[in-house]
Design a protein around this ligand. Structure first.
Ligand SMILES: Nc1ncnc2c1ncn2[C@@H]1O[C@H](COP(=O)(O)OP(=O)(O)OP(=O)(O)O)[C@@H](O)[C@H]1O
Length: 124
């Protein structure tokens, strides 16, 4: 019984992630970016500590996008007509994704840059 309910909950959560990727252009960009970051990380041989920061940053962007999209959907349901408050709600949620994305870029640059310098130094 417990495992059946847990299985159903995980299924609904996975449905949400799959639908996000299918329906949202930004989620497709996140998916490609996530794959690229993992590829670069393996090639540059990130340490365990670096992977912790990278995975946290990547997860934060995905969580922000999932929450942003659910807020967008809920706003469309509650306020299908244009309304100044609906605009504010959507803009705040989009701002949250932007903040998380910029932080993730900073984390990636801080981690990848020293690896790149080492690689350029030793490849010459
Ligand atoms: N009901 C509304 N009332 C007022 N302004 C709205 C409303 N719906 C959308 N907007 C404005 O249009 C912008 C775009 O809204 P939309 O719902 O298309 O999200 P979006 O930016 O396309 O989301 P994403 O690109 O993440 O899919 C919002 O950020 C908001 O400024």
């Amino acid at each position: 019984m417990f495992f059946k309910q847990l299985n159903q909950s995980i299924g609904h959560a996975l449905d949400g992630i799959v639908n996000l990727i299918k329906q949202e252009r930004n989620a497709k960009i996140h998916l490609v970016t996530t794959a690229l970051v993992i590829y670069v990380g393996f090639n540059m041989e990130f340490t365990a500590q670096e992977w912790i920061w990278i995975s946290l940053a990547v997860a934060c962007v995905w969580v922000a996008e999932l929450i942003n999209t659910s807020i967008e959907r809920l706003t469309n349901l509650v306020s299908p007509e244009h309304h100044p408050l609906a605009k504010q709600v959507k803009d705040y949620a989009a701002g949250a994704v932007l903040v998380m994305s910029l932080w993730a870029i900073v984390v990636f640059c801080l981690i990848a840059f020293p690896h790149l310098v080492m690689w350029l130094t030793f490849s010459n």
